[in-house]
Design a protein around this ligand. Structure first.
Ligand code: PLP
Length: 393
């Protein structure tokens, strides 16, 4: 019987019955030490781990709680091996460290999450790994690949402006040359899109966002689909001594149980806000791929199962001071980075921040909104009063 993802998210990673009964949820297993029944049992477990199996021989690797979330993340992403990291950015860093050596070149789409550039400038450059950025809308990936390119790193849709990037031609060009394709899948969080199914080698995400869903933990997840990428990730994972608290792992599992209903409500509310904004006389453009007028809409329809609560909005002929005045006049939207929780958030992205997106054509910048699970009409009313108040002056 093939089951819908919503059903699998409700059932995956649950503990086996112990005899006639058992708990619904996996316990939070806190331990720094894994103990063994015998030397033979210890050696067997060590051999299994060395052979690539996700079994635990030491506390850093976590036990039942970690295995349950790893299993659930493989289910969500359609992969065979998952790695948990203390943050989404740690997942990105670990993956790039695992896949590159001095002299290698990494090609990155220019609309990625900004801290990737800090990793580049602050670490990769120093280790002799060269990172280049390209605009997938005006440049062909083939022309930017070099003989030493090892990884193409894509985030789709892009950060801040949510540019839909077609993964198919990128995967095709890389497959032919044995280059690894890594996708930051935080926007879709596995629920709306599966890069591995489109031929990407690694899908990673900030579990901090929609997997958690409640703005109460930091987590990264890396999912691979083949033994060679898994083996490289395992080596670097162990070398870096990465460990994640079982409490955070438990909260992430808890978040997954309600992900289906949350995602549907985020999309419903964001669509209501996006439509209202798109009709507003002062609005220049709404950046939300689920909107029919968005340039990425056809691609989003082709590849994605739905949309989330993130959108950006640019206003016509507005000063930066007015943009900030809208933010300050909002009552239900807290000012804050991050997103994916139940609450609505706003963050201005000034033009300076958007210059790295070569397709950016605006002047004043945009407001990035995360549309939470509040009542959609209340959110629209709040935006209406804030835009009215700020643009009147
Ligand atoms: C938030 C975010 C990250 C980083 O995740 P943290 O858990 O905050 O480190 C990475 N990529 C994208 C697209 C994000 O939005």
């Amino acid at each position: 019987m093939s089951l819908h993802l919503d059903t699998r998210l409700a059932h995956c990673g649950r503990p086996a019955m112990n005899g006639e009964s058992g708990p619904v949820n996996v316990p939070i297993v806190r331990t720094s030490t894994v103990r063994f029944k015998s030397i033979e049992a210890m050696h067997a477990q060590v051999r299994k781990r060395a052979g690539g199996l996700p079994v635990s021989t030491y506390g850093r690797q976590g036990m039942d709680t970690h295995r349950a979330l790893e299993e659930a993340m493989c289910e969500l992403e359609g992969g065979s091996r998952a790695y948990l990291t203390p943050s989404g950015l740690a997942a990105i860093s670990l993956t790039l460290l695992a896949l590159t050596s001095p002299g290698d070149h990494v090609l990155v789409t220019d609309s990625v999450y900004q801290p990737v550039r800090k990793l580049d400038a602050g670490h990769l450059a120093r280790t002799g790994v060269e990172v280049g950025y390209f605009d997938p809308f005006t440049e062909s990936v083939e022309e930017r690949l070099q003989p030493n390119t090892r990884v193409v790193y894509v985030e789709t849709p892009g950060s801040l402006l949510f540019e839909m990037i077609d993964l198919a031609p990128i995967v095709a060009a890389c497959k032919a040359r044995g280059i690894s394709v890594v996708v930051d899948n935080t926007w879709a969080s596995g629920y709306l899109f599966n890069p591995l199914a489109m031929g990407a080698d690694i899908s990673l995400m900030a579990g901090t966002k929609y997997v958690s869903g409640h703005s109460d933990l930091m987590l990264g997840v890396i999912v691979a689909n083949d033994a060679s990428h898994a083996s490289r990730l395992t080596t670097t994972y162990e070398a870096l001594g990465v460990a994640v608290s079982p409490d955070d792992v438990y909260l992430a599992l808890r978040g997954l149980r309600t992900m289906a209903v949350r995602m549907q409500q985020h999309e419903h509310n964001a669509m209501a806000v996006a439509r209202w904004l798109a009709d507003h006389a002062s609005v220049d453009r709404v950046y939300y791929p689920a909107l029919e007028t968005d340039p990425g809409h056809a691609l989003w329809r082709r590849d994605f199962r739905g949309a989330n609560g993130l959108l950006s909005v640019g206003f016509r002929g507005i000063t930066e001071a007015q943009l900030f005045a809208i933010v300050d006049a909002l009552m239900l939207f807290d000012i804050g980075a991050s997103w994916g929780g139940y609450e609505s958030l706003v963050l201005p992205a000034t033009s300076e921040k958007l210059l790295s997106h070569r397709s950016w054509r605006g002047s004043t910048g945009v407001l990035r909104l995360h549309i939470g699970l509040e009542n959609a009409a209340d959110l629209v009313n709040d935006l209406s009063q804030a835009v009215g108040a700020a643009l009147k002056s």
